[in-house]
Write a protein that binds this ligand. Structure first.
Ligand code: V47
Ligand code: SF4
Length: 348
């Protein structure tokens, strides 16, 4: 397939009939992955909701440590949650949280070292680019040094959060104090250069336009061309409850809009191995439809999730591995269990 230009992608996004768009994206997905659909037995650990920022779309964070709903799990609590997951066969711990004002960088190194020592076989997919930049600022060190120390402590991969929309005008509107688009991309470039694979998200369905979404994907495609360090692209559906942006945008993206976004991502991001249908945010029904329209990954069993649920997600959280496998089989597709590094898991 010849590479889509931004204007061709925009034209397809706006004008192609949904069925045709999905069929084209499915053909592209099948040419790489056949009938396989990847999933992971995982747990999210959102270790604190205390955050120095106040992004307008975020219902999860608390600025004041004294707030009755603020929390900051200590290391024994984090280890207990990890242990519960590992006992259930988890291959990945997805660890992200707010930008805590006080914890020194050593606190996070200590967290990873304890987890690595206790659970040598589990992948640690931890800290978004925004957290990495926060650690760098707090400790007065470079992003590269921070990543090297985290890798030595056991980090396997970075999750894709914090990207939002990688267009400065939109970023200023929705999360003006957050790292810039260039800083987010630079942190991922630095991770890839050190052999740390990462994912990339896109928060859509708020004030951004289709042009912004394509520009976002274009910046990712460009970086991927240079580093080949991204595994998956994950469209995140803006949830409007309990956050100030939701007062301006009260409707969630429709299933059609979601399916179009997944399909365009598959076609435009031709150098990304995986497009993820994150069922927690898409809703299970739409996530399963997306498997027939370009998506190759369903994310995981999750167990616990706080960020989207604070903003009104109704999808529940825990899903058993058996249900995950059966859902994929029922779609006529082949479930492939993976870890955070997309290595296939063979259960003995
Ligand atoms: O960074 C915050 C987003 C992200 C809202 O890398 C919201 O495998 C919707 O990054 N509505 C966290 N989204 C989730 C995330 C993620 C999820 C699954 C897999 C991976 C991966 C990464 O959630 C945040 C932010 O962009 N978010 N508030 C909201 N109201
Ligand atoms: Fe803090 Fe992340 Fe929420 Fe922004 S999205 S306020 S950085 S927890």
């Amino acid at each position: 397939m010849t590479r889509l230009t931004e204007s061709q992608a925009l034209d397809l996004y706006r004008n192609a009939p949904l069925e045709e768009l999905c069929a084209r994206a499915l053909a592209e997905k099948e040419s790489r992955h056949g009938k396989s659909v990847y999933w992971v037995n995982n747990r999210q650990i959102n270790y604190t909701n205390i955050c120095v920022l106040h992004c307008k779309f975020c219902a999860f964070s608390r600025i004041k440590k004294e707030s009755p709903t603020a929390y900051d799990w200590d290391h024994p609590t984090i280890l207990r949650k990890a242990e519960e997951a590992v006992k259930q066969g988890a291959q990945e711990l997805h660890i992200v949280g707010g930008l805590h004002p006080d914890h020194p960088f050593e606190y996070y190194i200590d967290m990873l070292q304890k987890l690595r020592r206790a659970f040598p076989g589990v992948n640690l997919k931890a800290f978004t680019a925004v957290e990495i930049c926060h650690f760098a600022k707090l400790s007065g060190r470079s992003v590269g040094e921070i990543l090297a120390d985290l890798k030595a402590a056991g980090l396997d991969a970075l999750p894709g959060g914090g990207a939002e929309i990688l267009v400065e005008s939109v970023r200023t509107e929705i999360c003006g104090k957050k790292e810039s688009a260039a800083e987010w991309l630079e942190a991922h470039r630095a991770a890839h250069q050190q052999g740390i694979p990462t994912n990339a998200t896109m928060l859509f369905g708020h004030i951004e336009t289709p042009e912004h979404r394509i520009e976002h994907m274009a910046r990712l495609r460009e970086l991927q061309e240079e580093t080949h360090g991204f595994f998956a692209f994950i469209p995140l559906v803006f949830h409007p409850e309990n956050n100030s942006l939701g007062r301006r945008v009260s409707e969630k993206a429709s299933p059609e809009e979601i399916l179009r976004t997944i399909a365009i991502a598959r076609l435009f991001l031709d150098n990304f191995p995986h497009i993820k249908a994150y069922w927690i945010q898409l809703g299970l029904e739409t996530a399963l439809r997306a498997l027939h329209g370009g998506a190759s990954d369903l994310d995981g069993t999750i167990i616990e999730e706080k960020i989207t649920h604070a903003a009104g997600a109704r999808t529940g959280t825990g899903m058993s591995p058996e249900r995950m496998r059966n859902l994929i089989l029922n779609e006529g597709l082949i479930p492939v269990e993976r870890n955070a590094r997309y290595e296939q898991v063979y259960l003995l």
